[in-house]
Structures are given as structure tokens and as C-alpha cells.
Write a protein that binds this ligand. Structure first.
Ligand SMILES: NC(=O)c1ccc[n+]([C@@H]2O[C@H](COP(=O)([O-])OP(=O)(O)OC[C@H]3O[C@@H](n4cnc5c(N)ncnc54)[C@H](O)[C@@H]3O)[C@@H](O)[C@H]2O)c1
Ligand SMILES: O=C(O)C[C@H](O)C(=O)O
Length: 320
């Protein structure tokens, strides 16, 4: 992490949860993270804020509990990170979380539209393929001309790096690879041709399967106690760092996020994003795909379209 650039207020909504706690720890403990204020919000008890506040880094930590305190948590926030919502249990799909998490995300982003309309809003809550359209459309309906909404899909990339390294006996920190599309099963499209190593057809198929269903490995292992939290917190911090580094002009490495884009007929897509002036976001599409990757992409787009429409329709029918 670099040590120049703007000081920011960061709000974490759902901070007392499985992801929220380690993510808050990572944000607080990084002395170079350029965070002036860390506002930690949850509907649950926020005693963890007092705990984190004893860590000797410069950022001020404050806990906010219950809806009445949400406006204070969001006031003057530059970045809002949202891991609020229920996680999966074995046998569930991410879409099974829609009924509960859609309303949670809609209400939280509606508050963002009111109290910090120009903040960058990073959505972790599942199903990301639907919660991001819900967030974007809700903010738009509340008069935010250009909602800065980014779905965090970094976990798929860090898994791909880890699984490739495991297969090929490499150090995962040396592995880079693109993963595009969305964030559930077949909508996750690993572009293995962008990795620094080559794979047989059989290796590619097994890696793609493992990356697409990596979340299920953790849900199964936790046996009803939730889904990925620690690797997700790591992924969110990695995304946050790369994202603010670009905004501050100290990095030209485009972060990958699931965003509103005209580049695909689905209207939303996860790929590298180029962040332009005045909050504009341009998706950079993967090029030179292999026939297998083209096939994966085609399947992904069909599934994505359904998840996205579902989110958009929810936002429209529940407009504030
Ligand atoms: N994008 C990804 O790659 C990714 C990865 C892992 C998990 N997730 C998703 O992240 C979400 C959270 O997972 P978790 O393991 O942290 O769950 P968790 O149940 O441990 O924590 C969720 C927290 O959200 C809080 N919460 C619920 N409703 C709220 C509201 N209206 N306002 C504020 N806070 C509220 C809860 O009190 C709880 O503290 C789930 O939807 C999960 O599927 C996404
Ligand atoms: O699998 C889940 O439900 C959580 C998350 O989306 C993941 O990929 O680990």
C-alpha cells in the first residue's frame, strides 16, 4: 500500500459480521491505508469498535448500532463497503439469499443516496449479480445521477490464483489471471489463457469447475455456520487498496469489479474497470478468448441476464 493520497472516511455496513469483523481489522491495522475515519455500522451490538479502537494506527474508529445511527455512520463517507446480509448454508444457492438480502441492500444504499451520494459503494452482499443492479437502480431512482456502485468479485480472482498455484506447484503471489462475468457458478468465467502458465484441456476444465464452485467448498466445510469470511475480508481489502490507488493516481492497474456497463447486453458485467474523471467507469472486455472461454462466456451471459433483471425489477417495484 502506498503512503500518499487523500485521507478518507470509510464506512463498513454489516461490520459486526463474519466478513465485517476481519475486514475492519485489516482496514484498521494497515497503518498505510490512508483512512482518517473508520465508521463501523451494524444492526447488532458494535462493541467490536471499542476493541479495534485500541490498535495504535492513525484512523479513528467509531461504532454505530441500529438504524437511527446509520446517517451518522454515512455522513461524509468517501467509501462505503457493504457486507451486510445473510450468508449461505449447505444446499443453498446465492440466489436463495435474494429474498432477505435484496431489501437489506436496497435500504442501505437508499441511505447512501441520501447521506453520502458521491461515495464509492462497494457491494459484497450476495447475490452480487442481483444486489449490484438493486444498488445502482435504487440510487438512480433517488436522484443520484451517476451511482458509484462496484460489486466485489475479487474472491474469484484470489481463488483462481491459489488453485492454479496449487495445481502447478507455484507461489500464488506470482500467479496472475483474469476472471470475468459475475459472481455465482456458471457466471464466473476464468480466462485461464491470461495466466502465465499453460494448461491441458483436462486441467482447464477441472480448474474452471473449482473456481466456479470455490464458494461451495467453504460453505460445505463450515457445515451450516456460514460461508467464506476470512478469504473474503482479504479479497475486499485487496480490492479496496487497488481501487483507491487508481483513484489517487498512484497505480494504473485496473481493478476488476461487477459494474453497470453498456459493453454487454446484460447491462452489468465483471471485468477490469477503467476509472475515468468525474466517476465514469469503462469496462475493459477480455480479448482473444479461446473457443472454450467463448463458450463459458456465452453460458455466463444467459445466466447473468436473469439475475440482473431480477435485481432491476426488485429495485423498480420497491422504489422509495
Ligand atoms: N462477494 C463475495 O465474494 C462474497 C463472499 C463471501 C460472502 N458474501 C456475502 O456477504 C454477506 C455477509 O456474509 P457474512 O459471512 O459476513 O454474514 P454474517 O451473518 O456473519 O454477517 C452479516 C452481518 O450483517 C448484519 N446485518 C444484517 N442486516 C443488516 C442491516 N440491515 N444493516 C446492517 N447490518 C446488517 C448482521 O447483523 C451481521 O453482523 C452474505 O450475503 C454473503 O453471502 C459475499
Ligand atoms: O459462496 C458463498 O455463498 C459466499 C461467496 O459468494 C463465496 O464465493 O465464497
Amino acid at each position: 500500500m502506498y503512503s500518499t493520497g487523500k485521507l478518507r472516511k470509510v464506512a463498513v455496513l454489516g461490520a459486526a459480521g463474519g466478513i465485517g469483523q476481519p475486514l475492519s481489522l485489516l482496514l484498521k491495522s494497515d497503518a498505510k491505508s490512508r483512512i482518517s475515519d473508520l465508521a463501523l455500522y451494524d444492526i447488532a451490538n458494535m462493541g467490536m469498535a471499542a476493541d479495534l479502537a485500541h490498535i495504535p494506527t492513525a484512523s479513528r474508529v467509531k461504532g454505530f448500532s441500529g438504524e437511527g445511527e446509520l446517517p451518522h455512520a454515512l455522513d461524509k463517507a468517501d467509501v462505503v463497503i457493504i457486507p451486510a446480509g445473510v450468508p449461505r448454508k449447505p444446499g443453498m444457492t446465492r440466489d436463495d439469499l435474494f429474498n432477505i438480502n435484496a431489501s437489506i441492500v436496497r435500504n442501505l444504499v437508499a441511505a447512501c443516496a441520501k447521506y453520502c451520494p458521491s461515495a464509492h459503494v462497494l457491494i459484497i452482499s450476495n447475490p452480487v449479480n442481483s444486489t449490484v443492479p438493486i444498488a445502482y437502480e435504487t440510487m438512480k431512482s433517488l436522484g443520484v445521477a451517476q451511482p458509484n456502485v462496484f460489486g466485489v468479485t475479487t474472491l474469484d480472482i484470489i481463488r483462481a490464483r491459489t488453485f492454479i498455484a496449487e495445481m502447478k506447484g507455484l507461489n500464488p503471489t506470482d500467479v496472475t489471471v483474469k476472471v470475468v462475468g459475475g459472481h455465482s457458478g456458471p457466471t464466473i468465467v476464468p480466462i485461464l489463457s491470461t495466466a502465465s502458465v499453460k494448461f491441458t484441456e483436462e486441467e482447464s476444465k477441472s480448474l474452471v469447475q473449482r473456481i466456479q464452485y470455490g464458494g461451495d467448498e467453504v460453505v460445505k466445510a463450515k457445515a451450516g455456520a456460514g460461508s467464506a469470511t476470512l478469504s473474503m475480508a482479504f479479497a475486499a481489502k485487496e480490492f479496496y487498496d487497488s481501487f483507491v490507488a487508481v483513484i489517487d493516481g498512484v497505480s494504473s492497474v485496473n481493478p476488476v469489479a461487477f459494474v453497470k456497463t453498456d459493453a454487454f447486453e446484460t447491462g452489468y458485467f465483471a471485468s477490469e474497470v477503467k476509472l475515468g474523471p468525474n466517476g465514469s467507469v469503462k469496462s475493459i472486455l477480455p480479448e482473444n478468448l479461446s473457443p472454450y472461454e467463448k463458450e463459458l462466456l456465452k453460458t455466463a451471459l444467459a445466466d447473468l441476464a436473469k439475475d440482473i433483471r431480477k435485481g432491476e425489477e426488485f429495485a423498480r417495484s420497491h422504489a422509495h
